[in-house]
Write a protein that binds this ligand. Sequence first.
Ligand code: F6R
Length: 250
Amino acid sequence: MKLIMEENACDFNRRSAAEIARFIQNKPDARICFATGETTKGIYAELAELYKQGEVDFSRVTAFVLDEYQGASRMNPASCLARLEAQLFGPVHLPEEHIHSFDSAAADLHHVCMEYENIIRSEGGIDLQILGIGTNGHIGFNEPGASFDSISRVVEVGQETIVARSEMFGSKELVPRTGVTMGIKTIMNSANIYLFAVGASKAQMLEKALFGPIVPDIPASVLQLHPSLTVIADKEAAAKLPGPILVQPE
Ligand code: F6R
């Protein structure tokens, strides 16, 4: 595991974006799976800045969306796809035909999930998986108890996510109770994983996930088994990690 800690949220966003940009510079045709959320919002804004400055080129990148709410199409600004389009794909002019997402408005979501697995496979797998972490240890929509063998599937949206996204959907009641997500096995099959965590609310879970027992009750703990995991955190999120923390120079 490579662990990077930055002093504050600003440096965290800048460093995280720089690491993603470096990945793309080294592999311009990278297949990248993107999470959404508050953590990645700031990172994507920095990445869009790097694009504007001509530091990174997304024209050959293939994008996958990690998860989606049932019935939330790209027309719904709260959908994961719409947010990624607004925060990143649009600003960096990622070609439309290079974007893969769950058709979560379809009637047969099980079929959609099977198809998503097929698309990932036929594209050649994922080179870089970008993840945030829930305060209960979830990754994607894989909530505590999810099998480490799980692949893309229909899931219940967790309470933490319902609360966190209630403003975005207009109210708690309007957050879809069902979603689709890449599974833990799908995530673990990615060649590289970057896990991002920012803020004090993530400190306790980040420590448990990275240094505690590897158990399905803490989905993110499985990441300890990944051969190429990079964790980037700000000082607050890293506060409970056993020191001294490695601060890798850029
Ligand atoms: C979103 C996702 C979630 C978030 C996690 C952290 O696509 O997959 O697992 O990464 O809930 O969310 P934030 O960054 O809002 O704290």
